[in-house]
Design a protein around this ligand. Structure first.
Ligand SMILES: [Fe+2]
Ligand SMILES: [Fe+2]
Length: 271
C-alpha cells in the first residue's frame, strides 16, 4: 500500500495557467493598490506585532462551520481571478481534490485553507490578511509579485534586514523564518495540532509563490521544507484553477463536509 503522506508526483495535466494570475488584465488597479500597501507596510516589526496580537486567539469561539459561514461575507481584493464568495472557492477547491481521489485530510485542507481570512472580519485591512506572502527580515526576492513596491518598505533600507540572509542562518528552515503576516500563518497556528504535516505546509505556505512557484529562498529552507514542497505544489492548482463560475451546490454536500470537519477539528475553535 502506498504511504498516504509520501510526496505526490507533480501534475502532468494542468489546465490553462495563462488564464489565471494575470496581473495585466483591465480593472486590475485594485490589485496593484493592494500590493503597494502590502509591500510598503509588511516589515519585521509589523509582523512581530501581528503575531503577538493574533496568535493569542482571543477574539471569539465558533464551530468550524460557523467560522466558514462567517468568512462567507468577504470578497478577496488581492485575487485577480475570483469574485466568488469564499465558501464557494473553498468548496470548489475541496471538491476538485476529492474528485482526484486524494486522502480526506487533503480534502479537508482544501475546504479550510482560507479560513484565516476571518482576520478581515476582525477589522484587519485586506493587505494584512490576503495576497502572496514572503519572508521578512531578509532581502525581498525580485520574483515576488510587484517587487518595485518594496522600495517604500523601511526594511529595504535597514542593513539588518536587506542582505540575502538578513536575520537568518543558512538553511535554518522556514519554521524559523518570519513570513509577511496573513491568513496563511494565522490558520497554520490555529490548526497545526489537528492536521498532518503536509496539510500544515499547504496551509502555511500556499501563498508563498516566490518559494513554491519561483524556486526562491532555497538558502533558508531545510530538509523538512524540501520534503514538503511537492505537497504545497500539489495543492496550488486546486486553489487556483478550481475557480469555476459553476460552483458545486453547498446544500447537497454539507453532510459530507460536516462529518469531515468533525473528524479532524475540535467542536469549537478559538479564533
Ligand atoms: Fe489563501
Ligand atoms: Fe484559496
Amino acid at each position: 500500500m502506498s504511504d498516504p503522506l509520501a510526496p505526490p508526483p507533480l501534475l502532468a495535466d494542468e489546465p490553462n495557467r495563462a488564464a489565471f494570475r494575470d496581473y495585466t488584465q483591465p480593472g486590475i488597479d485594485r490589485v496593484r493598490d493592494f500590493y503597494r500597501n502590502n509591500h510598503t507596510h509588511q516589515t519585521v516589526d509589523f509582523v512581530l506585532g501581528k503575531k503577538d496580537k493574533w496568535l493569542q486567539f482571543r477574539q471569539r469561539e465558533m464551530t468550524p462551520w460557523e467560522g466558514l459561514d462567517y468568512l462567507n461575507t468577504l470578497v478577496d481584493e488581492s485575487d485577480p481571478d475570483i469574485n466568488l464568495p469564499q465558501i464557494s472557492h473553498l468548496l470548489q477547491t475541496a471538491e476538485a481534490i476529492r474528485a482526484d481521489g486524494h486522502p480526506d485530510w487533503f480534502v479537508l485542507t482544501g475546504f479550510v485553507h482560507d479560513l484565516g481570512k476571518v482576520l478581515c472580519l476582525f477589522g484587519e485591512p485586506q493587505w494584512a490578511v490576503v495576497g502572496d506572502t514572503f519572508p521578512v527580515g531578509c532581502r525581498h526576492s525580485d520574483r515576488i509579485v510587484y517587487p518595485e513596491f518594496f522600495a517604500a518598505n523601511p526594511d529595504s533600507q535597514d542593513h539588518r534586514y536587506n542582505s540575502e540572509l538578513g536575520i537568518y542562518h543558512p538553511n535554518c528552515g522556514l519554521d524559523q523564518v518570519h513570513m509577511s503576516w496573513g491568513h496563511d500563518e494565522y490558520l497554520y497556528h490555529l490548526l497545526k495540532d489537528y492536521v498532518p504535516e503536509p496539510a500544515q505546509y499547504m496551509i502555511r505556505y500556499h501563498s508563498f509563490y516566490a518559494w513554491h512557484r519561483e524556486g526562491q529562498y532555497r538558502h533558508l529552507t531545510d530538509a523538512r521544507d524540501e520534503a514538503n514542497l511537492s505537497w504545497v505544489q500539489k495543492f496550488n492548482p486546486y486553489d487556483l484553477y478550481s475557480k469555476n463560475p459553476n460552483p458545486p451546490v453547498l446544500a447537497e454536500l454539507k453532510p459530507y463536509y460536516e462529518d469531515l470537519l468533525a473528524k479532524y477539528l475540535p467542536a469549537t475553535l478559538k479564533l
